[in-house]
Write a protein that binds this ligand. Structure first.
Ligand code: F6R
Length: 613
């Protein structure tokens, strides 16, 4: 999704903003732009395509070295209007006084545009954003309101979601940021201010930050700043926090792609997630304790999320039902928010989100809160909207995830849900102490991740054989059905190969019609109670000449004889098998995409954090 970085301070803003834009690239975008306000002059440079092209443009035009003032910059992921230079941000108003960058969507742009056109205001782009900057300009240029009042007046008239930063050459010592529904972070350092749509462009400069809340505005004037409201001119408390993200999270280190780095990090991140929470035969989830009585006595548990996080939710359902014997309903957040719901004040709604900013998941939480449910966030970003909107939660603690295709966040979410299932089971007396102890003995299993990573070259060789496939089926049962869904999603996202995940036996009810000699079928086969059944499913595909790839912990000869390719993973417990199989499928998708020479970290059309509906 779109990214924002802005700077106000004594330094040349260009290098700061360009570096910030590069750090925002992971979010996905199709054009970029920058505006600098210096000596009461606004200079805007925009390009369709990548930040590097914008940077080149600035250097060629000799602008790069000289902007000591304020600057705003943006990476745009097109919603209204094509991804071209005109539609790229920043946008300015007709008078050229005001310049703005915007994340989100202005829903009532059409009537406002008609109104402004009736006042002879001329538009240049097709964007909803230009409507907002023109509206601010309209109020300001009437001469009755100052800059801050004009921004407030305009924001009070727009519907939708926004995170914005605005500059005005008539009040050059002021920079204004405001948010509703689309996150913005303010970084503070002595006499310098930084704004980011997340912390990534800020972290290098300061760890002192304020997460702007919905309907808040930050007004920075000279070296002072205030937090105020969009609704009225009041002074609100400045909630300054120290962030603990590390700058290393934003560097690829020895890896070519963040996704690859993040796959490798899982050996540490899964351990990080459980550290201090799994101790001998007990689970400690301090973030839930205030609400634990209601959680353990809940009549119904709902899990809601999107994409990869939804797949983790399906694993969570399986684990909670298996260990704690409580029924769990899993629903896409985009459906949950509009469907008739059976949520009430005896329900628990678990919302899973890596970014903590996904618009649909936030709407689902809001609905659950309105129905009186206890809302539990499983989220990776402290201070994010999910963390703030839920009653309580468990952080996944896997560090910043930069690759658009989620990897380490998924295995961390699954780890959290595993702990939650065991804790509920403990409270419900559906597990005994010795089983708890056995299930919490992770050390050996986590070490087995190393052996998967050591097999990377073998996985790469198998993956490359299939890089020209057009379609894929991923098949698994029980806990490994969501793993199949997740494996198929990873392949689709980064290699653009069509792939579907199914419960292995379900394949007979339709998808088998697709099978022919060119179609690879990837089976996830743990040696468990469904083992023989899956072998029958494999035979069914084999007899229709489908290609068979097997990921298994079984050394049985029969599998070797059925498989065109077999990837062996070490023996471990049921739960850890699905984590190891996931990592194999992540590497499999990664190497197919690399083999196709695709940009793994920034797949086409995708955004890291989907902050619009
Ligand atoms: C897939 C992926 C997406 C996200 C989804 C939800 O690799 O990353 O499917 O899982 O957009 O995002 P979060 O978890 O941030 O709410």
């Amino acid at each position: 999704m779109c990214g924002i970085v802005a700077y106000k301070g004594p330094k040349n803003c260009y290098p700061i903003l360009i570096d910030g834009l590069h750090r925002l690239e992971y979010r996905g975008y199709d054009s970029a732009g920058i505006a600098c306000l210096s000596d009461e002059k606004i200079t805007i440079t925009k390009r369709s395509g990548k930040v590097i092209q914008l940077e080149h443009g600035l250097k060629v035009n000799g602008k790069y070295e000289n902007c000591n003032g304020s600057g705003i910059a943006h990476t745009r992921w097109a919603t209204h209007g094509k991804p071209n230079q005109i539609n790229a941000h920043p946008h300015k108003d007709d008078s050229g006084n005001i310049v703005l960058v915007h994340n989100g969507i202005i829903e009532n742009y059409d009537p406002i545009k008609k109104f402004l056109k009736s006042k002879k205001i001329k538009f240049k782009s097709e964007t909803d954003t230009e409507v907002l900057v023109q509206l601010i300009g309209y109020f300001f240029n009437k001469g009755k309101l100052n800059f801050e009042q004009s921004v407030r007046a305009a924001l009070q008239r727009v519907d939708g979601a926004y995170g914005i930063v605005v500059l005005n050459k008539k009040e050059p010592d002021v920079m204004i940021a405001a948010r509703k529904g689309s996150p913005l972070v303010l970084g503070i350092k002595d006499n310098e201010f930084f704004i980011g749509s997340d912390v990534s462009p800020i972290i290098k400069h300061t760890q002192q930050i304020i997460y702007l809340e919905d309907s808040q505005m930050a007004v920075m004037k000279s070296e002072e700043y205030k937090i105020t409201s969009i609704d009225k001119d009041v002074s609100l408390p400045k909630k300054v926090e120290k962030i603990d993200f590390k700058i290393d999270d934003y560097d690829k280190g020895k890896f070519k792609y963040f996704m690859h780095k993040e796959i490798h990090e899982q050996i540490h991140t899964i351990r990080n997630t459980i550290t201090g929470r799994a101790k001998k035969d007990r689970v400690y989830l301090n973030g839930l304790m205030e609400y634990w009585t209601q959680i353990k006595e809940a009549d119904k548990i709902f899990i809601t999320a999107c994409g990869t996080s939804w797949h983790a939710g399906l694993i969570g359902k399986n684990l909670i039902e298996r260990f704690a014997e409580v029924p769990v309903h899993v629903e896409y957040a985009s459906e949950f928010r509009y469907n008739k719901t059976l949520v009430d004040n005896k329900s628990v709604v678990i919302a899973i989100s890596q970014s903590g900013e996904t618009a649909d998941t936030l709407a689902a939480i809001k609905k659950a809160n309105e129905y009186g449910a206890i809302t539990v966030g499983v989220c990776n970003v402290a201070g994010s909207s999910v963390a703030r909107e839920t009653n309580c939660g468990i952080f996944t603690r896997c560090g910043h995830e930069v690759g658009v295709a989620s990897t380490k966040a998924f295995t961390a979410q699954v780890s959290v849900l595993y702990l939650l299932a065991l804790k509920l089971a403990d409270s419900n007396d559906t597990i005994n102490r010795s089983s708890m102890k056995a299930h919490l003995d992770f050390d050996d299993s986590i070490n087995k991740i190393k052996s998967i990573l050591k097999k990377e070259n073998e996985i790469r060789k198998v993956a490359l054989k299939y890089k020209n496939a057009k379609d894929f089926l991923y098949l698994g049962r029980g806990l490994n059905f969501p793993v199949a869904l997740e494996g198929a999603l990873k392949l689709k996202e980064i290699s653009y190969i069509h792939a579907e995940g199914y419960p292995a036996a379900e394949m007979k009810h339709g998808p088998i019609a697709l099978v022919d000699k060119d179609m690879p079928n990837l089976f996830i086969v743990p040696k468990d109670k469904t083992y023989d059944k899956i072998i029958s499913n494999i035979e069914e595909i084999k007899s229709r000449k489908g290609k068979i790839i097997i990921v298994t912990d079984s050394r049985d000869k029969i599998l070797k004889s059925l498989a065109n390719d077999l990837i062996l993973i070490p023996k471990t417990n049921h739960y850890m098998f699905c984590q190891l199989a996931t990592i194999v499928l992540q590497l499999f998708a990664y190497y197919i995409a690399v083999g196709k020479k695709l940009n793994v970290d920034q797949p086409r059309n995708l955004a890291k954090s989907v902050t619009v509906e």
